[in-house]
Design a protein around this ligand. Sequence first.
Ligand code: ADP
Ligand code: ZN
Length: 827
Amino acid sequence: MAIIVNSSVDSREHQYVNVVFPSALRREFSYRIDCDAGQVLQPGQRVIVTLRGKPTVAFISAVGVQPPDQIRIQTVTELVDSQPVIPVDMFQFLKRLAAYYLAPLGKVLAAAIPREYQLQQKRMLAPNPEGNPDQVPAPYRELYAAIRKAEAVLLSKIRRSFSRDLCNAAIPALKRLALIEESVDFARPKPGGTFIRYAELNPDHPAAATQIEALQKRAPRQWEIMQKLQQLSAGLQISGRRDISRSAVEALLKRGWIRIREADVTTARLWSDFAQRRKTVTLTDEQKEAYEAIAVSIRNAKYNAYLLQGVTGSGKTEVYIRLIHTALEIGKTAIILVPEITLTTHLASRFRGEFQEKITIWHSQLSPAQRSHIWNGIRNGDSQIVIGARSALFLPLPSLGLIIVDEEQDSSFKQRGNEPRYHARDAALLRAQCSQATVVLGSATPSLESVYNAATQKIERLQLHRRYSEAPHPQIHLVDMKKEWQKASSIDNPLSELLTTKIREKLDRREQILLLLNRRGYSNFLLCGDCGYVPSCPNCDISFTYHKKTNRLLCHYCNTESIPPAQCPRCGNNRFLFPGYGTQRIESQVSELFPDAEIRRLDMDMVQKRGYLPTVMRQFGEGEIDILLGTQMIAKGLDFPNITLVGILNADIGLFMPDFRARERVFHLLYQVAGRTGRGKEQGQVIVQTFNPDDLTIRLALQQNLSKFTNTELSERNPLNYPPFSRMALILISDLKQSRAREAAQSVYTFLRRRHKQIQILGPSEAPIARIKNRFRFLLILKSRKDHDPNGSQLRHLLRALLQSRLYESLHKNVRISIDIDPLDMI
Ligand code: ADP
Ligand code: ZN
């Protein structure tokens, strides 16, 4: 795959390469490259080339290509990476990933390089030494002087200093008069600071207790720091913390009571403080059997995939650990993907305890400096194992032998938004195929896709039936919210009587409480407050979305419209609810009910605030928080022994999301939550509030009857061609103008329909969230049955035809069109 440039009489040689750009441009372009003899050329290396007259960064996508004859070919300006940044097997993987998800290869390659390593394009303005300043038109003099003074200045800086109108007029005019020149420069990454600062007590100059006391009134912030330091043996992190006053730290330094220590970011501090020392473990027979089967595959260095299905506490993690040892023994490396890594610090520290500095961590909350440090460490072979969020799959581990995807059913493995919109579980299989590695998908509640793949022998299923230690199962109470609502004075109260009483009880005993709001994205549906009935589409078996403005029920799969019933068709009453509780609203209601309790909210909005999550986790761990209120993201991974009560406020909401996976998600959520409590000595309690206590999904989850749920669900999906029986693709078309978006969606539909008769195409219909940021949104859903189209090639072929069509070319100049393969959200 790589080419080493031949030596010859002339020490410069030329070659032809194809390149791709990290943009929406999907085409490859050919360039000539001149380089020194002996230079390695390999796909994935970056070059600077001229594209449409501008220097641009690109990735080599193919080497040793035949020179295209007819056109004049340009020469690569610069080879950026003399050594390939992307290993060969990674490049293969990324190429297949791009093809599978129909994402531009350049964008996918760019996603595999940390931002700190990407070249930043800088546009510079410089005075032309030959220009005559007297020719500068009067209104542009000041701007010209600013450029001249600096000799060369960033265009963006000039744009910041002068008005937009002036810049737009003056810069082209000055260029025309040959008074200034524009050039493009690419900034290389700076080696980032890789140290974190800690404050610790200065043992050489300890402060007397009375001196510290004295601070409390005069300098409370200094006092606070001293208090904290006396409790923390490992020191107090001060880098990147807004809750610690810098001036207070400075003052304490002056007093000489504290000192500053700098630690490498990859040392133990990235890990939670309690990296556990390992106990010796002898695998049980059941565990050993699973281990042996997978270990053979690792030793053979061949691609194989396994589904390791075992109830919580059955020792899956112990099997993972043993498998990683096996990989290391034969010089291989390993990746462990976990959902919401920031929440699974407990799990991470277990691995850290086992593998010490051989393992490193990867997630979205790392600082840029930490990222580049870790990335380098992996490339250099300092770390052989990484545990991380989905993007850890893009780390360049050499000789990869094993990929573990823990909780493979988790929807956070799917990348939404930016391309490539991959699912890390599926992408892990691709990467392993390219690296001849073994994949283990672990779960207590496997996704139906994996169950199906096991049934069709694409992956091999291994099961662990027994929990290692019989921990007491939590007590589960089901509260019928219909009855609750009939007796409550206000239907607005999100807490049932039972839950309210229990919360008070736990608060009095200083135990901790988890309140879970089952809310995914948006949920606007109609719910009968008397019988729990939710109107749904007769064609799609999907609940209708209620549109308040037009007072209509709409199926966003097939666009069927209906008028809200005046009476409930099931019970005849007419007390409909719109159960759209938000976390924020509930937070304020709960704090009104329990004014003395410390409550924190954890949902997507809050977690995006940097530093919020670790702080809340620490406070919760230290018992400073009584009630943690959040969306399903808090359901997994939390492992605090003091949680003795879990309340699920609205089990129904997820159930009636207009999404065919709604029941599966609710099942997984309830099944897992039940395992979250009672980790300590106390038996845990779970209170599930629902308007549908007789619902089959809810009942099966609480009975922990996985196989029955799986069978029921599969038999419902099959006749409707839903995954796992089909492959889906979602086309989202949006525009500021509603009519334009609708027409574009219609024309895309017509295009697809004409070309292919077997693939089912639903829509176009208005998206459940019909407008985001003023853009009107329309959806098309494509379903291609696996019996006819086993590897999805027909579906991709059709979509590729769309992407290469004239229609797409003309449409995408105006409207936004995005394609999501195997979508998880259809909102
Ligand atoms: P899972 O990952 O399936 O939830 P774990 O691996 O966390 O299960 O196992 C649950 C607990 O049981 C852990 O504390 C683990 O160390 C312990 N455990 C599991 N298997 C063994 C074993 N063979 N010997 C000793 N302890 C075990
Ligand atoms: Zn429908």
